[in-house]
Design a protein around this ligand. Sequence first.
Ligand SMILES: C[S@@+](CC[C@H](N)C(=O)[O-])C[C@H]1O[C@@H](n2cnc3c(N)ncnc32)[C@H](O)[C@@H]1O
Ligand SMILES: [Zn+2]
Length: 275
Amino acid sequence: MSETIWCCPVCGSPLHPVERSLKCENRHSFDRSRKGDVHLLPANKMHAKLPGDNPEMVRARHAFLQKGYYAHLLQTLCEAADGLPDGGVLLDAGCGEGYYTAGVLHSLDEKGKTCHAYGVDISKTAAGYAAKADPRLDCAVASVFHLPVQDASCDVLLSIFSPYCGEEFRRVLKPGGRLVMAIPAARHLWELKAAVYDKPYENAVRDYALEGFDFVQKYTAERRITLDNAEDIAALFGMTPYAYRTGAAERERLAALQTLTTETAFEVLVYQNQP
Ligand SMILES: C[S@@+](CC[C@H](N)C(=O)[O-])C[C@H]1O[C@@H](n2cnc3c(N)ncnc32)[C@H](O)[C@@H]1O
Ligand SMILES: [Zn+2]
């Protein structure tokens, strides 16, 4: 394998590290930021000035996750990613601020396995946080729909509450490589929804089939969590898709909550890339 899995977003050639830059054979060059991440998102693929999660969302999620509320999900992801071969390549597509990416890397350390870990996020702020989550984590600002990643270069790809692009995921995974996905289970955040909405609905649980992948295994991660301050409750709500479709009355109910005990329930699905 070459020194990195990155490829040039302009011409598609492999990128090589040269001091703090990545360069391709056609002299395209990309500098790392002070935080260590590298911008590999071409201007014509930037559909907003600051695409992806904004700095406020990233900071709120970072603070929430650092308190360990979702440690049970992290532990389950570590089990699901355990099949990564020693010296293998892990890519987190839509890595956010790298909480799960760095966590999986640390659990592999504990098992005495080495791994090359990469993260991609379209949000510059998120990629900056991820690059600082562990100095070994190599992070790029890029889109999961156009991964600047060489074909068949990854052993395990994580997709945790981020956009899904089956075609790209299959391309960058080795044949037989594994996709690990997390999705909310039916009763995830039930009490939070019941406190905010008149008619809360359970999450729809979808069919597990994914084109081009064989379904291997399902894990569940469940825990009741208690949040004892409005800030954490707001951060939790902000991490959900409901944050975008909630009216003023519901927002008022949410703002009045000072404490909340709620079920959290996830499914972690493991797939194998068909040869
Ligand atoms: C709900 S967050 C999940 C982040 C992280 N996986 C976690 O679970 O903490 C979704 C992430 O996807 C990123 N995102 C949105 N669209 C994207 C795209 N097209 N390509 C890469 N990342 C994207 C956002 O910036 C955000 O960080
Ligand atoms: Zn190039």
